[in-house]
Design a protein around this ligand. Structure first.
Ligand code: GLC
Length: 755
């Protein structure tokens, strides 16, 4: 009996002891602990495979492209069953191209079966709404249009509301904002960028980062943002996506780095390197930039995600290593933290750690940031979504109202000859045609799946909604740029002759789910004129002698001297999103007074590239053979209104010392016949400097609303740092001397001296 009692006591004691030990051991699942503590606790429990598993991103349900084929099917590599097994083993940390919330929940359930139950990060390219979701969502204008609004609050709210629709459907990370500087209009991705000016790109990019992430992505409606692509993919030396960028260190520091440096100061938590090489070193292998500069000097606290198969391309395309395994080693040692996408990465990196080519501390650093994000997002506690919430969040009224407001604010009026606009709604007859007149998808822009027709207002529909029932609309359908044949051209001339005026909707099509796609990722141009016979269509209408309103739907600048001379009205609508047709019609008939401005210069022709406003003094020292005209067709900052604004009463101190901010005061008065928005642009020009500096540089912008006859006093304080530059030794200095302050396009100007 005694032995039995002793055995019982001993067993009980050790159960208690273990139990006590277990309870006294903090668990990474304990929400009372700090995120940092939970990260360390979890990291200590992970095997090497589980750690590297967190660095692996895979693709979810195969998404089809416009031809109905599976997107680069070969790149999906593993079948779903194999991916299921890897998830259960804890060897996948993230997914992209997940189709719907059902798939997201399914993948999370699989991850909950793994040993440590680490949830998955679900990522998507939600760059102007949750557009790649396989269901109807709110689609806003693309970034080129958001930038045209010069309204950072708009950018913030678009990101904030997009994040809501993402989290409601089980997505946690948007590969956005694209904060590349657009300096080559041939490049197909200008539509998803904020234009050519570093200050505008910086302000818009940071506004979206703050909209996506909130304060530390701790709220249920926050997602991770991703500053991309580092760096200079927007100036490939032949205009082709992913081609080399070869630019001076000075230009990098003056122009291409500032948006990323500011993004890091705004705590962006992920960064995506660019496809291209920069000055001979592929961005995915650039340790000097990724680690020494961005992490150690700029203080980046988050993690890098590779772009699509770009680590492998170090071997297959850039050829800086002679094997795929060396590509993984090179990139991980340069600072890359997560691989997009697929197998081989884990096995190779594990082997390299075991064999000493990659230190495990590098793996630990990467994994810390990835699991930190998962804890901070609350995924361990809330990895599944409630399907009942989905319909309440997607396309809710607040989101739809913003879609309309942003479409309106994004429109730029480039020409309005003889004040043809606003048109009377009682106009007798209108001829309408053009590939984007009734296309409900091209108006949405890139990174948006096919949306239900009933969710999108086309230009044709928008005009029909605003004109009187007595107005005769003569519509000639030509749904594609490449089907405008002689028959259509002849009809266009005749039908416009029978109408009071013509509205022709031309440009590009960035929809990656339509076979008529002519713009967007990997569709770069060797001309800046609209593709196909679109110009011939306008010329056919011109023969009628009737006024022509041209509406441009496009991501990158459309440059045609003929068009800018012969169209009576040119509305640059970019890719205005789901309510673009309504907003365009409101501008045509005066229900909305356009206030947008160009965020990118429209050159005179493709032969005039490079053409941007903040060029150096000698850029146009000479003209071209046979063309004395050197100015672009329309420069950065240009845009018309139906009303007039008078700038006056400029007050600015003439002399400033070197550490004194510059205060600028002036008045703006709406002296015209319409209420309207005015984008206030303030530039400076360093008149003489020890290295060449731009002829002008944007240092402040604001979008204000003024009713008819309303007058506002504006006071702006510009940090004196804005007057500096990188000197010959690449030190950022403010050089005493004379500067010119330019308000608008020389609406007001004044010289100041900094001593
Ligand atoms: C693409 C793009 C990148 C995008 C990624 C995932 O190659 O370069 O911007 O986020 O793949 O779709």
């Amino acid at each position: 009996m005694k032995i039995k009692t002793f055995k019982t006591f001993t067993i009980t004691f050790f159960i208690f002891l273990f139990g006590f030990y277990a309870c006294s051991q903090d668990s990474y699942l304990d929400t009372e602990l700090t995120t940092e503590k939970r990260v360390e606790l979890l990291l200590n429990e992970m095997t090497l495979e589980e750690k590297i598993g967190q660095m692996c991103q895979y693709v979810g349900e195969v998404s089809s492209n416009a031809n109905g084929n599976e997107d680069e099917k070969v790149n999906y590599i593993l079948g779903l069953n194999e991916r299921v097994e890897l998830i259960k083993k804890g060897e996948i940390g993230s997914f992209l191209k997940v189709s719907t919330y059902k798939e997201a929940n399914y993948l999370q359930e699989l991850a909950s079966q793994s040993r440590l139950k680490i949830p998955l990060l679900i990522a998507t390219d939600a760059i102007h709404g949750h557009g790649m979701y396989n269901g109807a969502t709110t689609i806003y204008p693309t970034e080129i249009g958001i930038a045209s609004s010069f309204d950072t609050t708009l950018a913030f709210n678009i990101a904030k509301y997009t994040a809501r629709e993402m989290r409601a459907t089980g997505y946690h990370w948007s590969f956005s904002p694209n904060i590349e500087i657009s300096r080559d209009p041939r490049w197909g991705r200008n539509g998803e960028c904020f234009g050519e000016d570093p200050y505008l790109v910086t302000k818009m990019g940071c506004a979206m980062i703050n909209g996506y992430q909130g304060n530390g992505f701790k709220q249920k409606e926050n997602v991770l943002a991703c500053a991309k692509h580092f760096v200079a993919g927007g100036i490939p030396y032949n205009g082709l996506n992913g081609a080399p960028a070869d630019i001076s260190e000075r230009t990098l520091y003056e122009c291409f780095f500032p948006p990323f440096k500011a993004a890091i100061e705004n705590n962006v938590f992920t960064i995506m390197p660019a496809h291209n090489e920069i000055n001979g070193i592929p961005c995915h292998a650039h340790k000097t930039y990724l680690t020494d500069l961005i992490r150690n000097e700029w203080g980046f606290k988050g993690f890098y995600i590779s772009d699509w198969m770009d680590i492998e391309r170090l071997y297959t395309t850039h050829k800086v290593v002679d094997s795929e395994s060396k590509a993984f080693d090179l990139s991980v040692n340069a600072g890359l933290d997560m691989h997009m996408h697929g197998p081989n990465f884990l096995e190779n990196v594990k082997k390299s750690v075991v064999e000493g080519r990659i230190d495990e501390s590098r793996i630990n650093d990467a994994v810390r940031k990835i699991i930190y994000a998962k804890f901070q997002l609350g995924l361990f506690e809330n990895r599944y979504i409630d399907s009942a919430q989905v319909s309440k969040v997607l396309l809710n009224k607040e989101h739809l109202d913003l879609a309309l407001l942003s479409a309106r604010e994004s429109i730029v009026l480039l020409k309005n000859k003889n004040h043809l606009l606003p048109l009377s709604k009682k106009v007798n007859s209108i001829f309408i045609t053009g590939p984007s007149a009734s296309n409900s998808q091209s108006i949405l822009g890139d990174w948006a799946r096919i949306q239900p027709e009933e969710n999108v207002t086309t230009v044709l529909e928008g005009i029909g909604l605003l004109t009187s029932p007595k107005t005769k609309i003569n519509y000639l359908e030509c749904t594609r740029f490449d089907t405008i044949n002689t028959e259509i051209l002849v009809k266009a001339t005749k039908m416009s002759q029978l109408s009071d005026l013509a509205i022709v909707v031309i440009g590009e099509n960035s929809s990656r789910f339509q076979t008529s796609k002519t713009s967007g990722e990997n569709l770069d141009r060797m001309t800046l004129e609209p593709p196909g016979n679109q110009l011939e269509l306008v010329k056919a209408i011109k023969k009628s002698g009737k006024p022509i309103v041209v509406v441009l739907i496009n991501g990158g600048p459309i440059a045609s001297e003929w068009l800018s001379e012969n169209a009576d009205v040119i509305i640059e609508a970019w890719e205005p999103g789901m309510y673009g047709g309504q907003a365009i019609a409101e501008v045509i008939f005066g229900d909305y007074n356009p206030g947008g401005r160009l965020p990118i210069t429209i050159p005179r022709s493709v032969g005039h590239i490079q053409s941007f406003y903040n060029h150096k003094p000698s850029a146009f020292h000479r003209g071209y053979l046979f063309q004395s005209e050197r100015e672009p067709l329309f420069e950065f900052g240009y845009g018309l209104s139906f009303t007039e604004f008078k700038y006056d009463n400029l007050e600015i101190k003439q002399k400033h010392n070197i550490n004194e901010d510059v205060s600028i005061k002036f008045t703006i008065e709406n002296t015209g016949e319409y209420d309207g928005d005015e984008v206030v642009l303030i530039y400076m020009n360093d008149l003489f400097s020890s290295v060449t500096t731009p002829v002008k540089k944007l240092i402040h912008f604001d979008r204000i609303h003024l009713k008819q006859n309303e007058k506002k006093e504006i006071t702006i304080v510009v940090p004196v740092e804005k007057f500096g530059f990188f000197n010959e030794d690449m030190n950022y200095v403010i050089e005493p001397g004379d500067f010119e302050i330019l308000i608008g396009n020389k609406l007001l100007s004044s010289k100041i001296t900094i001593e």
